[in-house]
Design a protein around this ligand. Structure first.
Ligand code: ATP
Length: 496
């Protein structure tokens, strides 16, 4: 529970940070207190990551002060970690082939006269594991043999083994299944009870309401609201984030669909076994399943990004080639979930990222028509509400959610015949999600066959005309929209 008397451990006092042409944080004052979960909310580009970068020592503030237990926060990330502040990101940072013990004490072995004190390291590791509910795990086990949830908890344990007293979670659940999300949230509650000061950043508002004691909202770099969770409800939070009212509504409506556009028959590929499915012209079909069920793998196999070892894939009655660039030429577009690794060239401009692969339609006697490219970029920025200074800005300088919008805008720019969407609104704020859903629906109305999956099962059930349920790489069920029932879908996904 929240301790009323505790003094703040972290204090932001009038902190500002500007990037060329962008005011990322302006005069922000906020405190973090032991035994308290403070949720930081805001739409994409509001300044949440900037706040974390300043706290973690990755970036320097232009003005204002950041105090840690009353002293200025150290100037380098390593010193900040040593001072007890650790950030846990959505991506795992462990070394899979190393043992649990070595991962837990990575870069920080207790040493005396240069000799590593293995016994002390083991004691520290066990104590840290116990605090995250993993007391029984053997310390010599390679972490690759742990479940995803256990690995995520191990990341936290590693921070605890370094004596962290402030934990920052940056969208920690976006890649987790519902079950793993529950485990993580319960662990965070228990860490709060142990007296940790916790900052929690997420676009999942239900999570914020579940675990936060305090909610703070950034908008365009300014702190526009902060107070105990009891003072907030969802409409007020959304209104404060977006400066307007917005009901969260999905745009689905009944509409005619055509002939089979995408046909997959007995497809075998890495993580996919004997999958058979069809998507009609104009239809939105969802793939649901637990983590590891093969949803991403199926999309990748169709997209030519993994090797098919058997079966057939056809688009408009013609066999689909197996190589990614040929697949794109047939109008089959894949929008990946991992935008950093697969989706974008981070050093290239927003404009160039938007037109990669769309070049053919712009190329005129061998050169790219800059005017058209610019128009496409401006339309995409406006249509998807991308927060970018201008089309020449490098994609890597956009906030995470805005990068995701670029991936989707590019997919839309192809006017795809088949659109393969993997977690299309991952990291996207509540204000921008409806726009993305409307674009997906519009592409379907234009004739695209859409095959989508999401880490949010409700999103798939809200958008799809039909779903296939996957389990261990196989299609184990098919439901039409009239039959959608969340419990039934999840039961099917988990059975066996
Ligand atoms: N290195 C940088 N150079 C230039 N601009 C940057 C840089 N990093 C962030 N920005 C800009 O600062 C603003 C705040 O970005 P920040 O990443 O803090 O947003 P966020 O609230 O974390 O968004 P998201 O929810 O999408 O992750 C954005 O307009 C972003 O484009």
């Amino acid at each position: 529970m929240k301790s009323e008397a505790a003094a703040p451990v972290v204090e932001f006092r009038g902190v500002s940070k500007t990037y060329p042409g962008i005011r990322a944080l302006h005069d922000v004052s906020l405190t973090l207190t032991p035994g308290t979960v403070t949720a930081l909310a805001g739409e994409n580009g509001a300044g949440k990551s900037t706040f974390i970068k300043l706290l973690s020592g990755a970036e320097k503030a232009d003005s204002g002060r950041i105090l840690l237990r009353g002293h200025d926060v150290p100037g380098t990330p390593g010193a900040v970690i040593d001072a007890g502040v650790s950030v846990i990101y959505q991506e795992l940072t462990d070394v899979p082939d190393m043992s649990l013990l070595d991962n837990l004490v990575l870069g920080r072995q207790p040493a005396r006269l240069g000799v590593v004190r293995r016994g002390a390291a083991k004691r520290a590791a066990r104590a840290a594991l116990e605090r995250v509910g993993l007391a029984g795990l053997p310390l010599d086990r390679p972490v690759r043999r742990l479940s995803l949830a256990q690995r995520q908890l191990t990341e936290i344990a590693r921070c605890l083994a370094r004596d962290a007293s402030v934990l920052v979670f940056d969208e920690p659940t976006s890649a987790l299944s519902e079950k793993d999300t529950r485990v993580l949230l319960e662990t965070i509650k228990s860490l709060r009870a142990q007296g940790m000061a916790i900052l929690y950043v997420s676009h999942h508002l239900d999570e914020l309401f579940e675990i936060a004691d305090e909610i703070a909202v950034l908008r365009d770099g300014e702190l526009v609201g902060a107070g105990p969770v009891g003072e907030w409800d969802e409409p007020r939070l959304v209104r404060t984030m977006l400066a307007k009212d917005m009901a969260h509504a999905y745009p689905w409506h009944d509409r005619p669909v055509g002939e089979d556009r995408l046909r997959v028959r007995e497809l075998d590929a890495p993580g996919v076994k004997q999958a058979t499915l069809q998507v009609k012209r104009g239809e939105i079909v969802g793939l649901v399943g637990l983590a590891g069920a093969g949803r991403t793998e199926l999309l990748k196999a169709v997209a030519g990004l993994s090797r098919r070892s058997g079966g057939k894939v056809e688009v408009d009655g013609r066999p689909l080639p197996t190589r990614a660039h040929q697949v794109v030429r047939r109008g089959v577009i894949y929008a990946p979930e991992d935008r950093k690794a697969e989706g974008l060239v981070l050093d290239a401009s927003v404009r160039d990222n938007l037109s990669y692969g769309v070049y053919r339609s712009f190329a005129h006697a061998g050169w790219v028509r800059r005017g058209q490219q610019d128009r496409l970029a401006r339309e995409a920025i406006a249509g998807f509400r991308v927060k970018a200074r201008d089309p020449s800005q490098p994609a890597g300088k956009l906030s995470g959610g805005n990068q995701q919008k670029i991936v989707l805008a590019r997919a839309a720019a192809h006017t795809p015949k088949v659109l393969l969407l993997d977690d299309p609104t991952r990291g996207v704020d509540v204000g921008a999600k409806p726009g993305i859903h409307e674009h997906v629906l519009a592409l379907a109305e234009y004739g695209a066959a859409v095959l989508m999956t999401s880490s949010d099962t409700d999103e798939v059930l809200a958008m799809a005309d039909r779903v296939y349920v996957l389990r261990t790489g196989r299609v184990v069920g098919e439901l039409r929209r009239a039959e959608f029932d969340r419990e039934r879908v999840l039961r099917l996904a988990a059975a066996g």
